[in-house]
Design a protein around this ligand. Structure first.
Ligand SMILES: [Zn+2]
Length: 199
């Protein structure tokens, strides 16, 4: 799809939204009050607003390869800080997915590419959870998606920023896995401040 068609689609979309909700863009121009911070994978098949069927202004979003909550990632930390402090968001949607290319890569041998450095923590997860990972490739990848989401929930819970927020007010983290083959989400775990537990 080329730029002329994309711009035409944009005009049509903006017209539809304005027709459905005449005040929508005026409200959005005034500011944002998203109801959740979404942390997910960059995969094109997992578009956050689409899978929750919510309009612009709903989600404050950070995406990266294999949905990592990496304390070395200034981009992620900046989004988290703004979302939790300035926007005072009370829930985080941490979303992994089936068929994740990043996780698939972490199950194989490193090839010296940039992504291999990024995915090093996932390789560590594969090593430390080796006895929980089925041998069958699809089930192996699916289980790793759940383990990875849980691991990122633990990482989030340990961040000083998250601890500080939780001393002042409630913050819930929902760990989810999206199935690209069905369009459906399942909840893997929830953490209301007492640590991730099965959702
Ligand atoms: Zn992915």
């Amino acid at each position: 799809m080329q730029i002329d068609e994309l711009l035409a689609r944009n005009r049509a979309w903006a017209g539809r939204l304005a027709a459905e909700d005449p005040d929508a863009f005026a409200r959005l121009a005034h500011g944002q009050r998203p109801f959740a911070l979404y942390l997910g994978c960059s995969d094109s098949r997992v578009p956050p607003e689409a899978i929750f069927d919510v309009p612009p202004g709903s989600l404050f979003v950070h995406r990266n390869v294999a949905n990592q909550a990496d304390a070395r990632d200034l981009n992620f930390l900046s989004v988290l800080e703004f979302g939790l402090t300035a926007l005072e968001i009370g829930q985080i949607l941490l979303c992994g997915h089936e068929g994740c290319g990043g996780l698939q890569r972490a199950l194989g041998e490193p090839e010296g590419r940039i992504a291999d450095y990024w995915l090093h923590p996932v390789r560590e997860l594969v090593r430390t959870h080796a006895d929980e990972l089925p041998a069958e490739p699809n089930r192996r990848l699916s289980r790793l998606a759940e383990i990875n989401v849980l691991a990122q929930m633990h990482r989030l819970a340990g961040l000083p920023l998250v601890r500080d927020v939780r001393r002042a007010r409630p913050l819930v983290v929902h760990g989810l896995v999206y199935d690209v083959a069905t369009g459906l989400l399942r909840r893997v775990a929830v953490d209301d401040g007492s640590g991730p537990r099965p959702g």
